[in-house]
Ligand binder design. Structure first.
Ligand SMILES: NC(=O)C1=CN([C@@H]2O[C@H](COP(=O)(O)OP(=O)(O)OC[C@H]3O[C@@H](n4cnc5c(N)ncnc54)[C@H](O)[C@@H]3O)[C@@H](O)[C@H]2O)[C@@H](O)CC1
Ligand SMILES: Nc1ncnc2c1ncn2[C@@H]1O[C@H](COP(=O)(O)OP(=O)(O)O)[C@@H](O)[C@H]1O
Ligand SMILES: [K+]
Length: 478
């Protein structure tokens, strides 16, 4: 598990570290690590380090200080360094160090001509004390940059704690952060680029947010043992699709088939189509006739009429873990009384996209998606998986996980149905619902990347890529 801490917690940890380290030591560690990364980006993009030109955009705080000190280290490697000073003042010690090392210092007015010739630009405009988007002077200079940008700690203009962007911001090729990952790094991947963490000796426990490592998913993925049979691994019930939307049934059931060696049962109006596509599925017409299961995936394509409502009420009343997706979330939002059938101790996972979230909560998720997911989890006493480019999974006890995607190819019709089937199979295997949801999101995005391979893909291809995703994750264990 990777831990992620809010800027408030980072500042507390920095305060503790400051107390036990010599003056300037933390910044020295940070800026030395930063200089190594800037040199690496220079080498990657130009083939050399010495003789190349780096421009530092230096704001008035310690973020600018890091950039200026890194510039001083780069001078020792023969890099031509020019600092463009933004704001009314500059980090004094950093500025002095850069000047001593032979760096050039220019005003914002003179910045454009240096930016035009830069091989790499360093964003030391603002760090964890940032609020709001780039101010006009910084925004104008950033808009002129054509070279790769290395962001110091985080891309300026992006909110450090939510990853939200509501105006001009830096789009970095690489972000070099210090001590620990902050929410922006998981929530705004397309602004951060590659994120590199430099250890400066901060001590932090109890992360505010988590991200599953491949190793976590590998270790927790259910695997049949010698004593197992088709029932003992957990039977998944899929209540999805309709005569109008048989595809949702095929995709949801197919994802469950591909994600588990155990049995998959299907109940609904698309039984014939499901049987034809997935002969291993035991398909019936109604949930009451489905037979015993250990968890339900309900919702995709079932419609939001009275029949759909009865299906949702039925599965919620079985005392079993339920993944309620798509139409099931709308039904729960419109007719919350269906939840009366639920024993509050049985796990429920809701998987809304932004529109479904609005129906459930009466408001949009807004820029702080982690808080939004946590609030919905509390309200519904359920794990909430909030879909989007970045997926957030929150539990009623406050745990929150983030899944950072590998590209955006999953923005394709039916891909949510595939996620439901995956998640249903993990719930049937008895996994903790929060972990199950975070694992499903992880495997879903990896399967998406495998299916797409940098070209458009489809949800059917995504289903077929699930075993390859699981195989590549589990290969870590061998
Ligand atoms: N405190 C520490 O121990 C360490 C801090 N480090 C660096 O220090 C940074 C934090 O430095 P500071 O707290 O001095 O603050 P920043 O450098 O993040 O911000 C400087 C000032 O800019 C102003 N500001 C806020 N939003 C702005 C905006 N949108 N446009 C322009 N100006 C804005 C604020 O008044 C803020 O105080 C970290 O991100 C990291 O880069 C590192 O040196 C590692 C050690
Ligand atoms: N831009 C994006 N980048 C990465 N993943 C995305 C993006 N847009 C959507 N997704 C993912 O694709 C899935 C879409 O699900 P959903 O909105 O239910 O669509 P559908 O109903 O068509 O299946 C979710 O898992 C979501 O997280
Ligand atoms: K920055």
């Amino acid at each position: 598990m990777q831990g992620i801490w809010t800027t408030e917690r980072i500042r507390e940890a920095e305060g503790r570290a400051f107390a036990v380290t010599p003056d300037g030591e933390l910044m020295r560690r940070a800026s030395f690590g930063l200089s190594v990364q800037i040199a690496d980006v220079l080498a990657e993009h130009t083939g050399t380090v010495s003789g190349r030109r780096v421009v530092l955009l230096a704001g008035s705080g310690d973020n600018g200080g890091d950039a200026l000190w890194a510039g001083a280290f780069l001078r020792r490697r023969g890099v031509a360094v020019t600092a463009v000073l933004l704001g009314s003042r500059a980090h004094e010690a950093g500025l002095a160090a850069l000047k001593r090392a032979g760096g050039r210092v220019v005003s914002a007015e003179d910045g454009p001509q240096w930016i035009a010739r830069a091989d790499v630009v360093v964003d030391g405009i603002v760090g964890i004390s940032a609020s709001g988007s780039l101010r006009p002077e910084a925004a104008r200079l950033v808009s002129l940059v054509e070279a790769p940008i290395v962001a110091v700690d985080l891309p300026s203009g992006v909110d450090p704690d939510t990853g939200a962007v509501d105006g001009p911001a830096v789009r970095a090729t690489r972000t070099v952060t210090f001590g620990a990952l902050k929410p922006v790094h998981a929530l705004a991947p397309s602004w951060c680029g590659e994120v590199v963490l430099v250890d400066i000796g901060l001590e932090l426990t109890d992360p505010d947010l988590q991200r599953l490592d491949v190793a976590d998913v590998a270790a927790a993925w259910p695997v049949p043992g010698p004593e197992d049979d088709k029932y003992s691994q957990g039977v998944v019930g899929v209540a999805a699709g309709s005569a109008t939307y048989p595809g949702a049934a095929v995709l949801t059931a197919g994802a469950a088939v591909r994600a588990t060696a155990g049995m998959v049962r299907y109940a609904g109006h698309a039984a014939d189509v499901v049987r034809a596509q997935w002969p291993e599925v035991i398909a019936t017409g109604t949930v009451a006739d489905a037979g015993r299961v250990q968890a339900w995936a309900v919702g995709p394509g079932i419609g939001i009429g009275s029949e759909g409502r009865d299906v949702v009420r039925y599965v919620l009343g079985q005392g079993l873990p339920v993944c309620a997706d798509a139409d099931a979330t709308t039904i729960i939002a419109k007719s919350p009384e269906v939840l009366d059938a639920r024993d509050p101790d049985t796990p429920l996972v809701l998987t809304p996209h932004a529109g479904e979230y609005e129906r459930l909560m009466g408001r949009k998720p807004g820029p702080d998606r982690v808080t939004a997911a946590r609030e919905a989890a509390k309200k519904y006493n359920a794990v909430v998986l909030l879909k989007g480019h970045v997926t957030v999974v929150a539990a009623p006890d406050g745990r929150a996980a983030v899944n950072t995607p590998r590209g955006a190819w999953l923005a394709t019709p039916g891909s949510g149905d595939v996620l439901s089937g995956l998640l249903g199979s993990l719930l049937a295997a008895g996994l903790d619902p929060w972990l199950a949801a975070a694992m499903a999101a992880h495997v879903h995005s990896l399967a998406g990347a495998i299916a797409a391979q940098n070209a458009p893909t489809s949800s059917s291809a995504l289903v077929h890529a699930i075993p390859e995703a699981i195989r590549s994750i589990r290969s870590l264990l061998s």
